[in-house]
Design a protein. Structure first.
Length: 292
């Protein structure tokens, strides 16, 4: 039964990642994705937040909270991997700037592929990382569906408009299945780390990363929400690729699974941000009407 559930979880991940990227491509243009990235100051802040401040935060956490070697490795792996495929869906739920979310995800993902192989051997001596292996999975599962969607949107706009709602619904359904399966499969894992400092360490990393991204996210709530969520949601897929290939200790993968499960709470946060946005929009509209 467990094997069947694990297979379903793996399938849910694949379906979610591919369909969410395809849906974003069907709904956006290349220009819409690239335009927010023309703000070089904001891009620089995003890179510093994800590839300097978050790893430093993880290092500080390890100085304060005692973890085993395998647990420390898992925390560092997640702290160095950014550009999660879940980001556009989180941004959509938060009703923030989806185009900026997709652009930021692609930027962080590309930098992660180059950054992780260079940085990890310094942070974790003895680790050898194959950037091609990381890039291959990310490109095939994320960039190719996104590119296909953008192509269809550019050449066949009517077809893209018809397909997008169905693909988007498939993505949302796969996400629900994935969250439920992750909770069912990892209940014992979560229970096993209670009292070890792991949950506290991840809670500090997630909340701290969210705060870092929010603070450097610019003057608007839209960009702060995107950068906050984008900095807090680490690239678990890339971290798992590195962890599975370089470490025999199963606790490393367990640590990554725990982190991925706890990051699922960002879904709740994104939903709350979306509700706030919905409540504020009618108020703003009334204000504009009254002023007129």
């Amino acid at each position: 039964m467990v094997v069947i559930l694990e297979s379903l979880a793996t399938l849910s991940v694949l379906v979610f990642v591919v369909t969410s990227m395809l849906a974003m491509g069907l709904n956006l243009t290349v220009g819409q994705i690239l335009d927010p990235l023309r703000d070089l100051a904001l891009v620089a802040k995003a890179l510093v937040a994800n590839f300097v401040l978050v790893p430093l935060l993880a290092y500080a956490i390890l100085l304060v909270i005692p973890l085993t070697e395998a647990q420390s490795i898992g925390l560092i792996l997640l702290a160095t991997a950014a550009g999660a495929p879940f980001l556009p869906k989180l941004v959509e739920m938060a009703k923030a700037d989806v185009a900026f979310g997709v652009g930021l995800m692609v930027l962080l993902m590309v930098v992660t592929v180059a950054y992780v192989p260079i940085v990890l051997p310094f942070l974790l001596p003895g680790v050898q990382v194959d950037p091609v292996e990381i890039a291959q999975s990310l490109v095939v599962l994320m960039l190719v569906p996104l590119g296909l969607g953008l192509f269809v949107r550019a050449r066949y706009a009517d077809t893209a408009a018809r397909l997008q709602p169905t693909v988007n619904q498939t993505s949302s359904t796969a996400l629900v299945f994935l969250v439920v399966l992750m909770l069912v499969l990892n209940v014992q894992t979560l229970i096993s780390v209670i009292g070890t400092g792991v949950i506290i360490a991840f809670a500090v990393l997630i909340v701290g990363s969210l705060g870092v991204g929010w603070l450097v996210g610019g003057p608007t709530t839209d960009t702060r929400a995107v950068l906050g969520l984008g900095t807090a949601q680490r690239n678990v897929s890339a971290a798992l690729v590195v962890g599975a290939a370089n470490f025999e200790d199963p606790d490393v993968v367990v640590m990554l699974v725990v982190g991925a499960t706890l990051m699922g709470l960002l879904i709740v946060l994104a939903g709350e941000l979306g509700k706030r946005t919905e409540r504020s929009q009618p108020a703003q509209a009334v204000g504009v009407t009254n002023n007129d």
